[in-house]
Ligand binder design. Structure first.
Ligand code: KIV
Ligand code: NA
Length: 274
């Protein structure tokens, strides 16, 4: 029961109740976030969060397809979007279409996200003209970490005009929405007011049309580092660590397994155990 099409109510929601977005990489997590979210992103952040890579640069099409398929099995309500990985779209509009259409065909996701503003305008226009809905991603674009010189705020002072130009370029190219990552709050608000498509912020302040976080970050599961913009709504990493320590102690003292976790040699006369 996978949602097959792009819901236009989400596409054009602007200026109303903020859009709620989270990432998911697996079926069980997709099932958890789906009822609460407008958009579920299969983010290439999975490279760091799931695979222990130092950045998103090592993420492949095969990884995005495998996790996109897993997430699609868990979604019936929200709109799924799948990230295009580094190296799969930058070379040319043709390369981008080939890989975007493969992501959509093999996962069933109705839309893709790619990083870049003015320099991706032609590619976004090429994709949208050929049936690929595109969510853009500007400001801090993690796939460009090596040319940006780190995961710094993008758009302070003189940089602000460039980010505004990027926002206008992706909208003109036909993007249905744009992620603003780590742009200062005043600039994010000005971009949101200047655009007719919804802005989705991550570390971009409260003025955006929606918000997104990496779900493992907000659950306190991924704790390698904690950006300032992440609010932790739970400490699942600590909860898991405590549970694993309890298990280890109980195995070592033979407290686990107890009789109720074991099977009798003779079938009990009455009762349910099979
Ligand atoms: O890969 C990702 O998780 C993302 C966002 C959080 C926007 O691109
Ligand atoms: Na991403």
């Amino acid at each position: 029961p996978v949602r097959p099409t792009l819901p236009v109510d989400i596409l054009f929601r602007k200026g109303g109740e903020p859009l709620v977005c989270l990432t998911a990489y697996t079926t069980p997590v997709a099932r958890l976030v789906d009822p609460h979210c407008d958009v579920v992103l299969v983010g290439d952040s999975l490279g760091m969060v799931l695979y222990g890579l130092p950045s998103t640069l090592g993420v492949t099409m095969e990884m995005m397809i495998a996790h996109g398929q897993a997430v699609m099995r868990g979604i019936t309500h929200a709109m799924p979007v799948i990230d295009m990985p580094f190296g799969s779209y930058e070379e040319s509009p043709g390369q981008a279409f080939r890989n975007a259409s493969r992501l959509m065909a093999e996962t069933g996701a109705p839309a893709v996200k790619l990083e870049g503003g003015v320099h991706m305008q032609d590619t976004i226009a090429f994709l949208t003209a050929r049936g690929v809905p595109v969510m853009a991603h500007i400001g801090l674009t993690p796939q460009a970490v090596n040319t940006l010189g780190g995961y710094k705020v993008v758009g302070r002072d003189d940089e602000a005009a460039q980010v505004m130009a990027d926002a206008k370029a992706v909208q003109a190219a036909g993007a249905f929405s744009v992620v603003l990552e780590k742009t200062p709050e005043g600039l994010s608000e000005r971009i949101t007011q200047a655009l007719t498509i919804p802005t989705i912020g991550i570390g971009a302040g409260a003025g955006c049309d929606g918000q997104i976080l990496v779900v493992d970050d907000m659950l306190g599961l991924f704790t390698d580092f904690q950006p300032k913009f992440v609010k932790r709504y739970a400490s699942l990493g600590q909860t898991a660590s405590d549970a694993i320590a309890d298990y280890a102690a109980e195995v070592r003292t033979r407290a686990f397994p107890a009789p109720e976790h074991s099977f009798a040699d003779v079938l009990p006369a009455k009762g349910a155990e099979k």
